[in-house]
Design a protein. Structure first.
Length: 141
């Protein structure tokens, strides 16, 4: 689900779970300060250093990424630009977060299908499995 968060000040934390999301800053300013705290991203508008918003697990789970950061003047900074500014590779889909190739996913699908019954999930195609969090958890464990 797409979310739009409006940030007018204070100290807030966002825990997002997917979609194409935006944080809109209402303070005057022409740029953002970024910092990391472990896997979290913390931002504030220039000249508003005491007003911060933290995006939990921004750098570990693609579902937690906020895709757009919009300033009051309409300028937008993307999550991909933020990843690049920290020298990190931007995950283009959930599959990359687990470091799995299509060949590996196909092998997982073959193995899981050998244990399925008529009530099981249809895993005949990579597209049915690659965005299934439970299957990816099975593989990563």
């Amino acid at each position: 689900e797409d979310n739009k968060y409006i940030f007018s000040g204070g100290q807030k934390t966002v825990i997002d779970s997917g979609g194409n999301d935006t944080i809109k800053f209402t303070q005057d300013g022409n740029g953002l300060n970024f910092s990391t705290n472990g896997t979290d991203l913390t931002l504030n508008v220039y000249n508003h250093e005491n007003d911060t918003i933290t995006v939990k697990n921004f750098f570990t789970n693609p579902s937690n990424i906020i895709e757009n950061f919009e300033l009051k003047n309409g300028y937008t900074i993307t999550s991909e630009q933020i990843y690049q500014s920290f020298g990190k590779e931007y995950p283009s889909n959930n599959l990359e977060a687990f470091g799995l190739s299509n060949a590996t996913i196909n092998k997982i699908v073959e193995n899981l299908n050998s244990y399925s019954d008529d009530l099981g999930a249809n895993l005949n195609y990579v597209s049915n499995a690659k965005n299934n969090f439970d299957i990816m958890q099975i593989y990563s464990n």
